[in-house]
Design a protein around this ligand. Structure first.
Ligand SMILES: NC(=O)C1=CN([C@@H]2O[C@H](COP(=O)(O)OP(=O)(O)OC[C@H]3O[C@@H](n4cnc5c(N)ncnc54)[C@H](O)[C@@H]3O)[C@@H](O)[C@H]2O)C=CC1
Ligand SMILES: CC(=O)C(=O)O
Ligand SMILES: [Mg+2]
Length: 604
């Protein structure tokens, strides 16, 4: 049963109460005077009322006039707009970095205002703090570095992490995003510079899930880098050594996980942008011990599955037809294999057949072409998805993308290869012969330059009737005659915030396949029928808080059903289990942090 597009008006309501007069509860602060002005968690800049300036020893440290939050907000947005005007005509790179810098400076100075402008303008600002600009920021991180954010644990810290973790100033941490920088988006090994990704992901957590920014922690595990250019860069800020491997590597990750668990047993750890071998190994190693998940494997799988089910609906077919869809996945890495695994499970569930039988509609291509059982040195992770040569008449081991597309005429061509432009004109034109009435092209690799094709090329070469999705945002395409080719953003940002928030509020100490499945199903059913029929598979990024409330509730309810929910704060497992579906959504929504200036009360 599909839900109608709900909460359409919710963001408008939120906007109208943006600057409402409701008085927020007080916030205890353990510092005074200039220390407060230099702490972005508490700083209100010129917004401190006079009484508070007296109370906190701020009198004389600020210009006399008190500026309201609304005025500060408008002032920032005006500066942002001026910057846009002043950088017109400059290269995309210069403009993107300038926009990132102005937002980053606000982030460093005043988190309340930063998160308010981010939440209110998420569609416009997500491409700056997240993909694609975050990729550029990571590539240039050592040069851009002004002040640290998050924590850095390196191979040199072995044996020290249990004490180092107490250097983090917050008493409570709910959400950690961890990377080792080994596969940053489609940009490869960026070593310590990959810290930009946990920072960007956690900004999305605050904006989409309302995780309190005082309770988030971006973490870089610096075990070296194999990026020669970085090793030779005199500005590079990470360890100048090759990456640790094998047991040495795992012992560092083990030590970090144990240190986190010792200090914050309930914190959720999201593994992000680990190279494939460690992505799978660490997931296997920790998923039954710690509250963790791998976003690239599991979050991406759920978002892709929701999109794939959407393509069935886009053709006006019942969901049961998913079992007949021919799907070619290009990229056999952590993301591509995660998608295949979850999609095959969905086919098996719908058709009631075994996973083995459910595989027949899927084709996997990696850098060496079509993956078959005849492959020499077949990667064990890809082996379950390798085709038996008997089942692919007319195709050989290593067949190219164009050969596979021409022969199979798939309903869906999905890219998670990290290689920009590999869905070239010829491949896209071949998709015109697809057996689908609405062939789907998912160019999911990030950032923009690594997308398998652009939106314009997809509509131009594959036809105006296609369904298109990309990992990084593209503008909708003007098809002429008033027609528009809709661009979907198939990005795990639609799921990971809800997975984190739902797990947190459930109090579960593990994240199970059932909870992840519930998240994917929730997203798959989010769009109304008429939207999917016109090729709109995912909601607008503007409504990401509403989507996250639903996804979070689905995850929480799955945890309750699996008897994993231990409750959160004052709300225990019994109360959670008695909540109706709608009450759960409201409960999740009411637990989302929203940035307002709270009265600060000093306590020694
Ligand atoms: N849209 C989204 O939400 C997400 C997108 N991604 C993107 O997916 C991409 C891949 O990520 P991972 O799977 O983690 O990387 P990975 O490095 O583990 O895997 C890349 C795969 O692509 C294959 N490949 C490389 N060159 C190829 C070629 N010329 N033709 C066909 N296949 C080729 C490789 O053999 C490998 O199997 C990245 O660009 C990443 O940004 C990843 C996670 C989420
Ligand atoms: C979106 C994401 O997680 C990635 O590109 O790696
Ligand atoms: Mg990622």
């Amino acid at each position: 049963m599909w839900k109608l597009a709900r909460f359409a008006a919710a963001s408008n309501i939120a906007r109208s109460r943006r600057f409402s007069a409701a008085i927020p509860g007080p916030c205890i602060v353990h510092k005074r005077g200039a220390d407060i002005l230099h702490d972005p968690w508490f700083n209100k800049d010129t917004g401190f009322p006079l009484t508070e300036r007296d109370r906190l020893g701020l009198r004389g440290l600020l210009p006399p006039r008190v500026i309201s939050f609304e005025q500060q907000y408008d002032r920032f947005m005006n500066s942002f707009r001026s910057l846009e005007n002043n950088t017109q005509g400059q290269s995309d790179k210069v403009v993107s970095l300038a926009k990132w810098r102005i937002l980053n400076r606000l982030h460093d100075r005043n988190e309340t205002l930063y998160y308010r402008v981010l939440i209110d303008n998420i569609k416009e600002f997500a491409p700056i703090i997240y993909t694609p600009t975050v990729g550029l920021v990571c590539q240039n991180y050592s040069g851009l570095f002004r002040r640290p954010r998050g924590m850095y644990f390196s191979a040199k810290d072995k044996g020290e992490m249990m004490s180092m973790i107490y250097n983090w100033p917050a008493h409570e941490v709910d959400m950690i995003v961890l990377t080792d920088g080994s596969r940053i988006l489609g940009l490869g090994d960026l070593g310590v510079q990959g810290i930009g990704i946990p920072i960007g992901k956690l900004d999305v957590y605050v904006a989409a899930a309302g995780i309190n920014p005082q309770r988030i922690l971006p973490v870089m595990l610096d075990v070296g880098t194999n990026n020669q250019k970085l090793l030779e860069d005199r500005l590079y800020l990470g360890l100048r050594q090759p990456r640790l491997e094998g047991e040495e590597y795992l012992s560092i990750v083990d030590e970090f996980m144990e240190a986190v668990h010792a200090r914050w047993p309930k914190a959720i750890v999201q593994f992000e942008d680990f190279q494939m071998k460690w992505a799978f190994e660490t997931l296997e190693r920790y998923q039954k011990r710690f509250c963790m998940f791998n976003d690239d494997i599991q979050g991406t799988a759920g978002v892709a599955l929701a999109g794939l089910l959407g393509t069935v609906r886009a053709q006006g077919l019942p969901l049961t037809d998913f079992v007949n869809q021919k799907i070619v996945v290009v990229g056999a890495g952590s993301a591509g294999l995660g998608v295949l695994k979850m999609a095959i499970k969905a086919v098996a569930k719908i058709s009631g057949c075994s996973d083995l039988a459910a595989k027949s509609q899927f084709y996997l291509i990696d850098k060496d072409g079509l993956v078959t059982t005849e492959r020499n040195n077949l990667d064990p992770a890809a082996a379950p998805f390798a085709k038996n040569p008997r089942d692919i008449e007319g195709l050989n081991e290593g067949a190219s993308i164009i050969e596979v597309v021409k022969k199979i005429k798939p309903h869906v061509l999905l890219g998670l290869s990290g290689v920009g432009g590999i869905f070239n004109d010829e491949v896209l034109k071949a998709m015109r012969e697809s057996v689908s009435t609405k062939p789907a092209i998912f160019a999911m690799s990030n950032p923009t330059m690594n997308a398998e094709c652009t939106a314009i090329d997809a509509f131009k070469h594959a036809g105006e009737h296609i369904v298109f999705a990309s990992g990084s945002p593209f503008e909708n395409v003007d098809l002429g005659n008033g027609k528009v080719g809709h661009v979907n953003q198939a990005n795990n940002m639609y799921l990971f915030p809800g997975i984190g928030l739902g797990t947190l509020l459930s109090g579960a100490h593990l994240i199970t396949d059932g909870m992840l499945q519930a998240a994917a199903e929730c997203l798959a059913s989010y769009m109304a029928e008429e939207d999917t029929l016109s090729g709109i598979l995912y909601p607008s990024v503007d409504s990401i808080r509403d989507v996250t409330a639903e996804v979070g509730a689905a995850v929480l309810r799955a945890a309750v059903e699996e008897e994993l929910a231990e409750g959160h704060g004052d709300v225990g497992p019994r109360e959670l289990s008695h909540m109706s579906k709608d009450e759960t959504v409201e409960y999740v929504r009411s637990n989302m942090w929203y940035p307002v200036y709270s009265p600060l009360v000093h306590e020694k």
